[in-house]
Ligand binder design. Sequence first.
Ligand code: LLP
Length: 432
Amino acid sequence: PLTAKVNDRDCLEIGGCDVTELVQQFGSPLYILDEQSVRIACQQYRDGWQKYYPGESLVIYASKAWSCLAVCAIAGSEDLGIDVVSGGEILTAIKAGVSADKIYFHGNNKSVAELELAISKNCRIIADNWLELENIATIASSMGKNVPVMVRLTPGIECHTHEYIRTGHLDSKFGFDPNQLDEVFGWLSQQSAITCIGVHAHIGSQIFEQQPHQDLAGVMVEWYKLALSHGLPISEINVGGGLGIKYTEADDPQSIDEWVKNVATALKIACDEHGIAYPRVLSEPGRSLIGSSCVTAYTVGGNKTVPGIRTYISIDGGMSDNPRPITYQSQYRAMIANKMSAPMTETVTIAGKHCESGDILIKDAQIAAAVPGDILVVPATGAYNYSMSSNYNRITRPAAVLVNNGEANIIIQRESYHDLLRFDRLPQRLIK
Ligand code: LLP
């Protein structure tokens, strides 16, 4: 949970910093990340596994949620590993000081160059398909390396979340079909440049149900047992991420502690049933590790009332800093950071500033009466906001500031117009 309170100026304070002062100092829009809250989430996962699971465990942060040096460094300093999905995320994790044996490389179409990078740095690879296995074998042999690999499988487990963020159903682009498992394990047992260390699956994201995660644990232990029967030196099960967070009052996710407890119990039961020693367990939370720890602060601009229908309030950001509403119809709530005790009597629609009618951040938000210049805060923007941000309409990306104990440090600088034009080239014949 955010380290938040209302101060005696009736303003929202996060990590001991007044949000309105942060905006004055660092500009608007602004991502405000609460370090203490990220650390607590890391600890809840890490300590949860230690408490509820008798075997070894490692939590790896799914950095697609927000990959940047500071966030990777915080996760690393809490003894977490990092899940990466591209060369860029690999380099970010390494540069943040995370050791390569705790970096797990995912993706359904890793390029040869990315595989070469991962292998040369001694990262672990989560193999998704045959072409990739062959590429890994070739690259590893040519470098004289032996690569630790996990095999990703499609578990065929359905869960209730937006169809764009479901990954566990059989008709998914990710991972091997379980029917191919025998063949994959057989092939792996012949390889000299690849060591199969484990199996992986991930069923989807923003999931509130517990049952699919428990079912997954059971299925994974069966796969693990199959790998053992092929004589593979397998020792890890990676149960993926997916725990949902609270965006609006209607959302009621489990706590991290409950999630770990349930998955750990399901794994233990399955291992006991199959008579196998408890493998090392990896889990890779993204959203639930970082999502609730950040708010985005915007400055309120003008408004428009369509009589009898609605009032729009415009803000100075929108779909370029938070593409989730327009992409997944995600719901958020908002508050006015400089009027925290004012009654939230207004029902307004918060409109982004992009030239697109769908750029609506929140439909029918319940907030205090707002005037231009007020600071509007949207909570729970730590996951898949900055990492999915764009320059649509040539709008510069906001800055991000890390707050802790009254101290604020920039972790991502605000983009400048110079940054926007950095990659543009004007062919000679177009120069006037
Ligand atoms: N592991 C794998 C293999 C994944 O694909 C993902 C997320 C995670 C772990 C982390 O899942 P989490 O704990 O964050 O649920 N952009 C979408 C979410 C896409 C999730 C992609 N994979 C959104 O904004 O909702």
